[in-house]
Design a protein around this ligand. Sequence first.
Ligand SMILES: NC(=O)c1ccc[n+]([C@@H]2O[C@H](COP(=O)([O-])OP(=O)(O)OC[C@H]3O[C@@H](n4cnc5c(N)ncnc54)[C@H](O)[C@@H]3O)[C@@H](O)[C@H]2O)c1
Length: 336
Amino acid sequence: MQKIRLGLIGCGGRAGSHMNSFLQMDDVEVLAVADPIEDRRNAAAKKFGCSRIYKNHTELYEKESADTLDAVIIAVEPTAHTDIEEKAIEKGLHFIIEKPMTLDLDQAERIAAGVKEKNLITSVGFQDRYLDLMEIIKDELPKHKKGGLVYGAWIGGIPGVWWWQKKSTCGGQLVEQNIHLLDGLRWLYGEALSVYATASTGMIRPGVDASPEYDTDDHSTAVIRFKDNVTATLVSGCYSKNVRPRCGLYIALDDMVLDYRLRNNLIITTAEGSKDIPRGVDQTFLLDRAFIDALKTGDRSLIRSDYADALKSLKLGFAANRSMETGQVIYFNESN
Ligand SMILES: NC(=O)c1ccc[n+]([C@@H]2O[C@H](COP(=O)([O-])OP(=O)(O)OC[C@H]3O[C@@H](n4cnc5c(N)ncnc54)[C@H](O)[C@@H]3O)[C@@H](O)[C@H]2O)c1
């Protein structure tokens, strides 16, 4: 059996989840790894018994090509993308890329165009789309009266990694982390009609609670309108200490409440009572498996978020950031 040949670009936190997936697949081999941090690249190489170890993506691309690899897995910080995807496109390598795929919209547009031109298979790390709980919600919604309110929240602690402490290098909590729920809303309701958002600072004191450079928002709130009279309020925060505020989506239909507790369980309530459904899948494994199967079969419908689709979630996040800066409602039309 011909195995799918992978290279890893970035061997940090998130890459670890993808590595766990690939370690469980006997039709996949990780043949090359790259990371500027020596311990990380060596640890990743050791997991897979791989001897092609590079200091960064540039070194990897100097030696590797579509003759030696089928795809690369790109899991680097949001501002480290430089020419990582452009080079993959040039070499004809398919790729999985982590969200947010970049903070530079022009670059994202160029990459989307390049992917299309080269007909590459791509997948973006919107793992929630592969969750059984989200599938239940997606199946349930059309059975009810259209319209209603959705409250969404992702409130976490003060970010640890350096690049998440500055808005210029992470994009803010909405773009960096809560883009998962933003994308989830798009997956459930289609394209947004408008977004209005506000942001606040002042809770986290730079140099006291976090690094002196800390300047990302403590919290933000986005009000997003969708068609069929659906309005979602999405709050994002990164200030909690020693407490874990509830995160997820709370969908109030006319005759049902869908209470999705982030990546954990879904409580469905109707006049008859409540049902609590636990998560039953490893959604990152399913995301990775779908990509490998798409490579093997050519069936792109297995991939629930490719680069072109994920770009729409990124644009919605950027639009919310623009609204935070200007105080204006951003309305969407085809050109957004
Ligand atoms: N889909 C998800 O659920 C999920 C979860 C966590 C993080 N992420 C995303 O994954 C990305 C990475 O996050 P992380 O937590 O792994 O960060 P991290 O800082 O732990 O790891 C990033 C790694 O990329 C390496 N790197 C940087 N430039 C490189 C280059 N040119 N070539 C090779 N390696 C390079 C860094 O040295 C670092 O080891 C972020 O965009 C983050 O938002 C996604």
